[in-house]
Design a protein around this ligand. Structure first.
Ligand SMILES: NC(=O)c1ccc[n+]([C@@H]2O[C@H](COP(=O)([O-])OP(=O)(O)OC[C@H]3O[C@@H](n4cnc5c(N)ncnc54)[C@H](OP(=O)(O)O)[C@@H]3O)[C@@H](O)[C@H]2O)c1
Length: 274
């Protein structure tokens, strides 16, 4: 790859799943990749790993500064770090909700604020924010996860318009189910156990969610989509990647009456009205 086409890429949450697949594919494709994890990790065959916790402002600033010191520029950021908080909205404490937002939303905000001065100075850059189908539709028993991704969607739409004059682009990618370690990283609201009024429905829905994730697409498929965005001249507001049925569901949200769409989502999760 020619030097001018080789991009310096920064990927959060690169120790697992989508972020790791992106780091491996973009690195193997000739880009200079710095991946991050909260813990010290060995470098990959084609990418370096840096310690970063997206919930810690100083850690974000340090990691971005170290990449800029090493490379002198930063062309692409892929915000992948995230986790799912599961539980009925009523069972989620405000403290748990704040932790969900702190990683999935404020974490992305911290990274964007840290990289934008360098991108503005070089008058170019691309930010890819990994959203979710849960960022397009409220998912039952993942209400705070959906809230974090809806917030990410709104912020990214605004950001795009503000940074366009500096030659910077931002985009959203909404994956459907992907076979990653999302299950191990998932947190359950403390009050969702015995004693919860939602326990039976919650467990039923989690079974549907977990079997969907197990049958999801490979993270490498998401990475191929990210690579195609990185190598594109211009990016659109949002893209989706996943099984056809899940991408079709996103389209149907725009076409169907809201209540009809909600009925379908509930039925797909094994829920019905009283
Ligand atoms: N899997 C799916 O079905 C799916 C579907 C739609 C969207 N997504 C989104 O895709 C992204 C990646 O998900 P995944 O399933 O590939 O992930 P995953 O396999 O569950 O791995 C999560 C990654 O996030 C990192 N992480 C978690 N908390 C962090 C923090 N506070 N600071 C820095 N890094 C942190 C973890 O790194 P360390 O623990 O090493 O720090 C790990 O690399 C997430 O934003 C998720 O919402 C996933």
């Amino acid at each position: 790859m020619s030097k001018s086409r080789r991009k310096v890429v920064f990927i959060t949450g690169a120790s697992s799943g989508i972020g790791q697949a992106c780091a491996e594919l973009l690195g193997a494709s000739g880009h200079t990749v710095h991946g991050t994890s909260r813990h010290p990790r060995a470098n990959g065959a084609h990418h370096r790993m840096t310690v970063l916790d997206v919930t810690d402002e100083a850690s974000v600033q340090r990691a971005v500064a170290s990449v800029l010191a090493a490379e002198g520029r930063l062309d692409v950021v892929v915000n992948c770090a995230g986790f799912v908080l599961a539980g009925a909205v009523e069972d989620v404490s405000v403290e748990e909700a704040q932790r969900q937002m702190d990683t999935n939303f404020f974490g992305v905000l911290r990274v964007c604020r840290a990289v934008l001065p360098a991108m503005r100075a070089q008058r170019s850059g691309l930010i890819v924010n990994i959203s979710s189908m849960g960022g397009a539709a409220g998912l039952p028993f993942q209400g705070l996860y959906s809230a974090s991704k809806f917030a990410l969607e709104g912020m990214t739409e605004s950001l795009r318009q503000e940074v366009a004059a500096f030659g910077i682009e931002a985009t959203l990618l909404q994956p459907g189910d992907v076979r990653t370690n999302v299950r191990q990283y998932r947190e359950r609201a403390r009050q969702s156990g015995p004693g919860s009024a939602y326990k039976e429905a919650f467990e039923r829905v989690m079974n549907v969610v977990e079997s969907g994730e197990g049958a999801g697409i490979a993270p490498e498929q998401v990475a191929r989509k990210v690579l195609s965005l990185v190598e594109r001249e211009r990016v659109d507001v949002r893209y989706s990647v996943g099984h056809l049925a899940q991408r079709a569901a996103l389209v149907s949200k725009r076409l169907l009456p809201a209540r009809t769409f909600e009925h379908i989502v509930m039925a797909l999760h094994g829920l019905s009205r009283r």
